[in-house]
Design a protein around this ligand. Structure first.
Ligand SMILES: [Zn+2]
Length: 87
């Protein structure tokens, strides 16, 4: 499944629906130096919010949903979210 990535420029929690990305105001200042936290992403399947790192935003590393009940993992690709179904 491929979903559109919806990018918010302002933190508006009510608008953080599934597949929405918000780049942190302090992107790059938290987490590991070589791959810092960069944005908040709402899982395209269930809408659970999670922090994603710069490499995940760039599509180098996949994102695994933080919800216990949701098996989704997905890759960001420009303005798209590509959901990979678990085998
Ligand atoms: Zn999810």
């Amino acid at each position: 499944m491929v979903a559109e990535l919806n990018v918010l420029n302002e933190w508006i929690p009510e608008q953080m629906g599934p597949g929405t990305l918000f780049v942190l105001e302090n992107a790059g200042e938290m987490g590991q130096e070589e791959d810092p936290y960069w944005a908040v992403l709402a899982c395209p399947e269930c809408g659970t919010l999670g922090l994603v790192t710069r490499r995940q935003v760039l599509g180098i590393l996949p994102v695994i949903c933080g919800s216990d009940k949701c098996p989704a993992h997905f890759v960001l690709h420009d303005d798209k979210v590509v959901v990979r179904k678990p085998n």
